[in-house]
Design a protein around this ligand. Structure first.
Ligand code: 5RP
Length: 222
């Protein structure tokens, strides 16, 4: 199977998992990226079985609307029952690295506002230790160089993601060459750097369920 076929299979598995829970009042949180896009494509046929969705990015909002799914502002809907999103890396504790698509801040907000986070990914995303994938960090533009220097002090090798402006008008530093041995502590440490808006470690609030698409089927981790 190709990586895209694994993403498609895991997106379908997530839909199978939540379908019986959809009601006319359900508002889902929907993430960003190619795996989330496969989920939206599969969800479209059930659009009359639930109310709508909160999107974690402008790109996801556009895709949801194109699929005929109403999109709501998070401020108007309260706690969401389910958030479904992909990841760049996932460890056995269901801690994640996210933000490869630069949507980490809104993703972290929607995850925080959701009762259950179902993470969907292909098997290439499973790791023992987070950090092989460069850790995305959203930064206020004027603080870019200062934050980069602070990241170097923490052992990272930050690279400015050229030409990328987030949905919130900020820039992204990708922190290379990290072995994140204590993801919760490192997430908190990065949050203390002035000028950091969000870091891509989802450990304090990791996934509740991890669905991984393997060539021999989708596996579920709690
Ligand atoms: C976007 C993300 C995505 O979930 C992550 O990059 C995975 O993307 P894909 O499903 O395309 O592999 O965090 O900011």
């Amino acid at each position: 199977m190709t990586q895209d076929q694994l993403k498609q299979a895991v997106a379908q598995a997530a839909l199978d998992m939540i379908q019986a829970r959809l009601t006319k009042d359900t508002v889902l949180g929907i993430g960003t990226g190619s795996t989330a896009n496969y989920f939206i494509d599969a969800l479209a046929q059930y659009r009359f079985d639930f109310d709508g969705a909160v999107a974690s990015s402008a790109a996801t909002e556009a895709r949801l609307k194109a699929a005929g799914i109403p999109v709501y502002d998070l401020n108007g809907v309260g706690t969401l029952p389910i958030y479904i999103d992909g990841a760049d890396e996932a460890n056995p504790h269901l801690h994640l690295i996210k933000g490869g698509g630069a949507a980490l801040t809104r993703e972290k907000i929607v995850a925080a506002a959701s009762e259950e986070f179902i993470c969907i990914a292909d098997s290439s995303k499973q790791v023992d230790i987070l950090g092989h994938f460069p850790l995305p960090i959203e930064v206020v533009p004027m603080a870019r160089s200062y934050v980069a220097r602070e990241l170097v002090k923490l052992g990272a090798d930050p690279v400015y993601r050229e030409g990328v402006v987030t949905d919130n008008g900020n820039c992204i530093l990708d922190a290379y060459h990290l072995d994140v041995l204590d993801p919760i502590a490192f997430e908190q440490r990065l949050n203390q750097i002035v000028g950091v808006v969000t870091n891509g470690l989802f450990a304090q609030r990791g996934a509740d369920v991890l669905l991984i698409g393997h060539p021999d089927g989708v596996k579920t981790y709690y």
